[in-house]
Design a protein around this ligand. Structure first.
Ligand code: AQP
Length: 344
C-alpha cells in the first residue's frame, strides 16, 4: 500500500498567530503519523507583497522554528523553504499557461488583499494561486491541510490539475504515464478552529497583517501578553450559552469557545457543558491558563531555535535537497509531456 502524500505551506510574513497554529500547524503535526508529509515555508508567496529582505530572512527561520517547536519532525518528514527548490517556479509558469484569467478573477483573496488599489497590486499576488497549485502538484500530493480561507485556492488547484491532464492527455499516454498524471488534491479542513477570528472583531479573520496586535495571539507572545490579549478580547454582555446553537449569533463568544475547544482537544459542546451559564470573566481566566499552558512551551522553544540560525538553515537545506529529488522527477515528466527538450 502506498502512503498518501501531504503538502502544505505557511508564509513567512511575520506575526505567526494562533489561527495559523490551530487552523494549520496542529493538523500538520497529527498527519505525521499516517502520511508522508512535506511542509514548506513559502517565501516566494511572501514576496507577492513587499517584504523587507532582512526581516524576510528572520521570518523564514521563525516559521521553521514554529514547525519544529510544534512537533514536526524534519528528519522523518520534509521541512524546507520554497525558493530552494526551483521546480516550484518552473511548474508555476506552466500552470500560468494552463489556468484561465476568468478563474483567477474569481479569487476572493486577491480581491481582499489588492483592495481598491488593484492596479497597483503585484502580478505575483494575482498569480499566487497558480504557484500554490504548483507547490502541491509538483509533489503530486493528495492531501492538503489548510484553514478554511484556502478552500477556494485548493479548488483552483484541482481545476488546474484536471485541465492539464485533459489538455495533454495524448502526450501523457504517449510518455507512458497514467491518464491522471496530476491527482486531485483534497483539502483537509478539520477541527473546531478552521477559521479563528480576530480578538477585536469576531466577524474578521485573525490575520498577520491586522494593524492591531491585540487582534491576535502571536506564537511568540509571553504569558503576560497572552493574558492581556485574552482579557481585552471583545465579548458581549450575555453569559455563555449552554448549547452550541446559542453561539450562532454571537461571533466573539463563538470564537473564544472554538479556541478553547481546539486548544483543549475537545468539542465546543463539551466546553459549553463546563462553562455554559457562566460569565466571560471566569471563562477567560480558564482560557488564559489553557493558552499559556499550550503555547508557552512552543514560544519558548521557538526562541531557543531562532537563536541558532545555523541549525535552522541546515534543516531547510537538508529538506530542500530531499524535496528536490521528488520535484525534479515531476518537472522532468512535465517537460517531456509539454514537449520541451531537456538534457537526459
Ligand atoms: N485565522 C485563521 N484561522 C484558521 N486558519 C488560518 N490560517 C491563516 N489564518 C487563519 C491558515 O494558516 C495557514 C498559513 O497561512 P499563510 O501564512 O499561508 O497565509 P494567510 O492565510 O494569508 O495568513 P494570514 O495570517 O491571514 O496572513 P495575511 O494577514 O497576510 O492575510 C493556511 O493554511 C491558512 O489557511
Amino acid at each position: 500500500m502506498t502512503i498518501e502524500r501531504v503538502f502544505s505551506g505557511v508564509q513567512p510574513t511575520g506575526n505567526l498567530h494562533l489561527g495559523n497554529y490551530l487552523g494549520a500547524i496542529v493538523n500538520f503535526v497529527k498527519l505525521q503519523d499516517t502520511h508522508n508529509c512535506i511542509y514548506c515555508v513559502v517565501d516566494m508567496h511572501a514576496i507577492t507583497v513587499w517584504q523587507d529582505p532582512a526581516e524576510l530572512t528572520r521570518n523564514i527561520r521563525e516559521v521553521t522554528a514554529a514547525f519544529i517547536a510544534a512537533g514536526i519532525d524534519p528528519k522523518k518528514h520534509i521541512v524546507f523553504n520554497q525558493s530552494q527548490v526551483s521546480a516550484h517556479a518552473e511548474l508555476a509558469w506552466v500552470f500560468n499557461c494552463v489556468a484561465r484569467l476568468g478563474w483567477l478573477n474569481r479569487m476572493t483573496q486577491f480581491k481582499e488583499k489588492a483592495g481598491k488599489d488593484r492596479e497597483n497590486a503585484s502580478v505575483g499576488l494575482y498569480a499566487y494561486p497558480n504557484l500554490m497549485a504548483a507547490d502541491i502538484l509538483v509533489y503530486r500530493a493528495t492531501h492538503v491541510p489548510v484553514g478554511e480561507d484556502q478552500k477556494q485556492h485548493l479548488e483552483l488547484a484541482r481545476d488546474i490539475a484536471q485541465k492539464f491532464n485533459n489538455d495533454f492527455s495524448e502526450s501523457i499516454g504517449a510518455h507512458g504515464f497514467n491518464d491522471k498524471f496530476f491527482p486531485q488534491p483534497e483539502p483537509l479542513i478539520t477541527g473546531p478552529a478552521t477559521r479563528v477570528m480576530s480578538l477585536r472583531d469576531g466577524t474578521k479573520k485573525m490575520s498577520k497583517s491586522d494593524p492591531s496586535d491585540y487582534s491576535r495571539i502571536n506564537l511568540t507572545d509571553d504569558a503576560d501578553g497572552i493574558a492581556q490579549k485574552i482579557r481585552k478580547a471583545k465579548t458581549d454582555p450575555e453569559p455563555l450559552p449552554s448549547e452550541e446553537k446559542g453561539l450562532e449569533t454571537r461571533p466573539e463568544a463563538d470564537n473564544l469557545v472554538g479556541i478553547y475547544a481546539a486548544l483543549a482537544g475537545k468539542a465546543k459542546t463539551d466546553v459549553l457543558r463546563d462553562f455554559g451559564g457562566g460569565q466571560f470573566s471566569g471563562f477567560k481566566s480558564a482560557l488564559v491558563d489553557l493558552a499559556v499552558d499550550k503555547l508557552g512551551p512552543i514560544g519558548a522553544e521557538m526562541k531557543k531555535l531562532t537563536q541558532d540560525p545555523a541549525y535552522v538553515d541546515s534543516v531547510l537545506t537538508d529538506g530542500a535537497s530531499r524535496a528536490n529529488v521528488i520535484a525534479s522527477e515531476t518537472m522532468n515528466a512535465v517537460k517531456d509531456i509539454v514537449g520541451f527538450i531537456r538534457a537526459k
